[in-house]
Design a protein around this ligand. Sequence first.
Ligand code: MG
Ligand code: ZN
Length: 223
Amino acid sequence: MKIVAAKSILKFNDQLAAENRARFNALGLYVVNLVGSPGCGKTTLLEGLFEQLGSRIAPAVIEGDIAGQVDADRLKQRGIPVVQINTEGMCHLDANMIGVATSDEDYSHINLLVIENVGNLVCTSGYDLGEHLRIVVLSVAEGDDKLVKYPNIFQRSDALIITKTDLLSFCRFDVDRVRNDMQRLAPEAEIFEVSATRGDGLAEVADWLAARCTSAAPAASTD
Ligand code: MG
Ligand code: ZN
């Protein structure tokens, strides 16, 4: 019975995710699972956010990709500690990969760990990684119908960041429609609009994230 097998795999994943979360809590590490399609602007968003956060927050990143390390290289150039996970064909990260990737890392001086998931709007929604916050990214270029077509990932996210707003005049994208769909699917979720290349809206997201990070991680090392 394939359905039973899939459920038990996810149950096992949930147990590993709970172990990860307990370890992150003990370290005072606030963890974000960043999801979205390939090319929606996740890495560019991170570059802009880390610049905005400045010395307020000490970040580290786990990059999930099927192959290569181009995003990891971009962040390393900015002095951000990065671990690269190559899934070799697997289309999502799971809690076991995160457990292995973080097990021998020194996060004693890190407040915020961002996991940039494999670009995928489908099965990333089913795998808890042990994160505290899930942020879904949707770029204006992808179209405004994605919440209706891929509801699970939006439903299970704590925030939606609409990216590439500098392209709004070139794309058929109704921001109000997306906001309404998100409010219907995830009434508690925060919604932001940014253009990371122009810098629009980044300060608001950075302030919100810094507040979440500091209030949720009282054990964080501050020296
Ligand atoms: Mg990326
Ligand atoms: Zn997958």
